[in-house]
Every structure is written in C-alpha cells, then in structure tokens.
Design a protein around this ligand. Structure first.
Ligand code: KG4
Ligand code: ZN
Length: 336
C-alpha cells in the first residue's frame, strides 16, 4: 500500500511516499530554519507563507523521486495536530484538495504519533507493545503503546518541553536557533560534571517532568557571570545542562519501564537526536537488559516519511478524514 505523507506543523514543509508503513520510497523536506534563525525562533506568520509557497513543489518532488504517479497512491496522510495552526492548515488543506481530486482516502495523523513511527521506517522488527519517550520542541511525553494506535500517557512535562528548554538555554548562551543541536555540539568539548544543576521533581508524579527551573538555573548562572564579569566556560555549562536533561529523561523513562514491565524502549522527536541522551538511554537499557530503538538522525526531526508510516497504521485502524477536516494547535496523543 502506497501512502503520500504531508507535514507542515512547524517550520518544515515535507512530503514523502512510504510503502506499507515501513519502506521509504522518497522523502523531501523544505526547511525554513535559516529564515527563522534571524528572529531566534519560528515566526508563525512567516512559516505559513513559506509552507504555501513550497507545498505543491515538495509534493511533486516526492512523487518524482519515488517514480510514482498519483493514480498509484492508495491514501494521503497529513499532520493535522498539534502544531502552529496557520502552518498545519496549509498541509491539511492541500491534502484535502489532493485526496478529493485524486479520489483517495484522507488519513489525519497526530504529529507525536508520527515521531514514534519514524522508528518503524528504520527498524523492521519493531512492533508494539513498547514504552516510548517523545521529546520534541513542544512536548515531552512518556507513552505506553499497546498497539500502533493505542496510546496511554504515563508522564508529561508540567512546563517547558525538553527541546524548548534546550532552545531557551542555548539562546541565553548566545547560540543560534534551533539551540538543541548547537548545545549538543558545544557539549562535546565540555565537562558534564562542571556545574551541578537542579533536577526538579513533580510531587506525587514520578514520571512527569519539569524543565523550567533547570532552564532558569542556566540563565541565572549566565546573568550572574555577566554582571560580576566572571569568566564562564559555556562548553562546560552546555555539557552539564545536556547531561542533566539526559539523566532526568532517562531516569523517569527507566522507572516507568520498571513499573509497567516494558522490555522495549523507543526514543522519538527532535531531542532524540541528542548525543548525550542517546548515550544515557543506551547505557541504561544495556544495564537493565532492555532493547532500545532510536530513529536514525535523519528521521529525528520533522519529516513526512514518518507521517506516511503512522498514516498506514491509522488507515488500517479505520481512521479517515473528509473535507471537514480541521487542524488543531493542541490535541492529546491519546486521541490520535
Ligand atoms: O521534533 P522536532 O523536530 O519538532 C517538534 O515537533 O517540535 O523537535 C525540535 C526540537 C528543537 O527544540 C530542537 O532544538 C531539538 O528538537 N533538537 C535537539 C537536537 N536536535 C534537535 N535537542 C537536543 N540535541 C539535539 N541534537
Ligand atoms: Zn516534531
């Protein structure tokens, strides 16, 4: 079964063709990151405009690279939530028009579910049930998947998402947007034990996260150093911050794995590209005899192959959209 996936929830316009949810025939991504970088973050209005300009060409290119004509497709899957509403609507409306004109079923896909599905493209043996950590720019969730479309949230952030904390800490350090990747690079030259940073816990909710205090601690250290004219080693600070975030995510995930008796662990979302987090997860899974799956770096960030992959399983579960399909800036991953 051939599915065209479309993604436009944030600052990447993407289209891809995937066969049976597992085999990527093409994947095209038009990134706007350079343009948003001058503003230090994504400007929603600019994002929507760039999606509108790029979407037709990106879809055409995905079909061309896969050597597929639209009549050979079996369905169109599109990210419809969560994300920037103006950005989402570009993909949703394009997908509605395309599916109507080609007489194809339309499958709405939740963005966080598609991040998990990035792993299906890289790991043919991976099947639910498993426990997943989804860490992106907007969300940090620990979820239990009983099946491809059966999600239960075990833990979530109470304030900043992990990626958001990376981006804000990076900005305070004077690093470019998106900060996570630049902290990762700088951290490679630093000592993760140089600074002792807070590890906030959420009272009564051992699997929930709170990253805003940690982010503020980094900002305060930088402000104090600036005010007192003290030299501060930002590589050490980046390494300490990355190490602390990685430990918190790994620690909560492993506790949940223990409690829910999960032997298979999956990492997903932009932050799953972080080298410190991948190291911490690999070690923890090795020590506890669990199997870890991480997406390849090329599939950690936003792309449409993961949308088509999850779209396949949503299609099999009977999920369909029609011309009334809307986009939603927030929506629980449990609802899909
Ligand atoms: O999943 P994603 O591409 O988009 C959302 O759905 O939000 O995640 C983007 C987030 C950004 O906050 C970015 O800084 C972070 O993922 N990120 C990283 C790394 N690469 C991307 N964070 C830490 N280390 C990285 N190597
Ligand atoms: Zn994403």
């Amino acid at each position: 079964m051939l599915i065209l996936g479309i993604e436009s929830s944030c600052d990447e316009t993407a289209a891809a063709i995937v066969e049976d949810g597992r085999r990527q025939l093409s994947s095209v991504i038009a990134s706007q990151v350079e343009e948003h970088r001058i503003y230090g973050g994504v400007v929603p209005e600019i994002a929507s405009r760039r999606h509108m300009e790029a979407i037709s060409g990106v879809v055409e290119e995905a079909l061309r690279q896969a050597s597929i004509t639209p009549d050979r497709l079996d369905a169109v899957a599109v990210t419809y939530a969560p994300g920037l509403i103006g950005a989402l609507l570009v993909g949703v409306n394009f997908a509605k028009g395309f599916s109507l004109s080609q007489n194809l079923p339309l499958v709405p896909v939740h963005h966080l579910r598609s991040h998990v599905a990035a792993n299906y493209l890289a790991h043919p043996d991976l099947k639910p049930p498993f426990l997943a950590l989804i860490a992106s720019g907007g969300h940090s969730h620990i979820v239990l998947l009983k099946d491809y479309t059966d999600y239960k949230i075990i833990g979530r952030t109470r304030d900043d998402a992990a990626g958001e904390a990376f981006d804000k800490a990076a900005r305070a350090m004077g690093l470019p947007y998106p900060g996570g990747v630049f902290i990762d690079r700088l951290a490679a030259e630093g000592d993760p034990k140089a600074f002792s940073l807070p590890r906030p816990k959420v009272e009564g909710s051992p699997y929930d996260f709170s990253f805003s205090g940690l982010k503020t601690a980094v900002i305060n250290l930088l402000h104090n150093a600036r005010q007192t004219g003290t030299e501060l080693n930002t590589a050490d600070l980046a390494a300490s911050f990355q190490g602390t975030v990685s430990e918190i995510l790994t620690d909560h995930l492993m506790r949940a794995a223990e409690e829910y008796n999960c032997k298979t662990i999956v990492a997903a979302g932009g932050v799953s590209a972080n080298s410190g987090l991948r190291r911490a997860l690999t070690e923890a899974c090795q020590q506890s005899g669990r199997t870890l799956y991480c997406p390849p770096l090329s599939l950690c960030g936003d792309n449409a192959a993961m949308v088509a992959a999850q779209g396949y399983y949503e299609y099999l579960a009977g999920v369909r959209g029609d011309s009334s399909l809307n986009g939603y800036p927030t929506r629980s991953v449990e609802l899909g």
